[in-house]
Design a protein around this ligand. Structure first.
Ligand code: HEM
Ligand code: SF4
Length: 209
């Protein structure tokens, strides 16, 4: 008997993201109606990349992941628009290559999440006890010293772990970093899991990254 071939399916992050946002929208309505406990809502909120703020009211902070620290002009323009429409006209670029906006009204959060989904970004698992944004060294793809461009590896790691059932309730947050050479600007050596690109010389003298 032959073995049936396995056809690799490309995961549609966009579809998964739309389903997430719908679920989050329902949870927000239930929370504001007092139907779910603060503790239950907190886990849902954090796994969707949203932190509570303690100034009272329902203003929240949203952290948007930039896997491998990459952002396109279209995405950057959207960040500017979001900062004025939902926040205070500015945001923070963080140490882990995220962009975060404070003072976003909780009820407007699903609309913001839909806007970032449209340009291929997500805040999913940017907070909470999850696999956080996967970083690459800041010059990845453009550095004269790199052994190879680590960007595709960092992006693949992000895609593998985001919404992965294994990563939803970890004992604590988990951080993955990549560097293109041993200078390690990407700080792979002091994160939870780090990859540093290297190369080897083959018998025929060719160098393989
Ligand atoms: C007012 C207090 C603090 C604020 C507002 C704050 C804020 C932040 C922010 C916004 C990030 C980046 C998050 C991301 O992009 O995922 C971060 C990362 C981090 N924070 Fe804090 N933090 C505070 C206190 C602390 C303290 C007290 C420690 C440790 C003793 C700490 C340790 C870290 C570490 C290790 C990282 C990750 C850095 C990296 O991977 O590059 N933070 N913090
Ligand atoms: S770690 Fe190496 S490849 Fe990456 S930016 Fe630094 S020097 Fe360049």
């Amino acid at each position: 008997m032959g073995i049936a071939p396995v056809i690799a399916q490309t995961r549609s992050l966009y579809k998964e993201q739309q389903a997430d946002i719908e679920r989050f929208e329902v949870a927000i309505a239930q929370y504001l109606a007092g139907e779910i406990e603060e503790d239950v809502f907190r886990v849902i909120r954090l796994n969707n990349g949203v932190y509570g703020q303690r100034q009272g009211g329902t203003n929240q902070m949203v952290r948007i992941k930039l896997p491998a620290g990459t952002i396109t002009p279209e995405q950057l323009e959207l960040m500017a628009k979001l900062s004025t429409e939902y926040s205070r006209g500015w945001g923070h670029i963080t140490t882990r290559q995220n962009i975060q906006f404070h003072f976003v009204e909780l009820t407007k959060m699903p609309a913001l999440l839909r806007e970032i989904a449209e340009v291929g970004l997500t805040s999913r698992e940017a907070c909470g006890d999850t696999v956080r944004n996967v970083m690459a060294c800041h010059l990845a793809g453009a550095c004269p010293h790199e052994k190879l461009d680590v960007t595709p590896w960092a992006e693949a790691t992000f895609r593998h772990f985001v919404r992965n059932p294994l990563g939803q309730r970890l004992p604590r947050k988990f951080k993955v970093n990549f560097s293109g050479c041993s200078t390690d600007c990407g700080q792979a050596m002091f994160n939870d899991f780090g990859v540093v690109a290297t190369s080897r010389t083959n018998e025929d003298g060719t160098v393989e990254p």
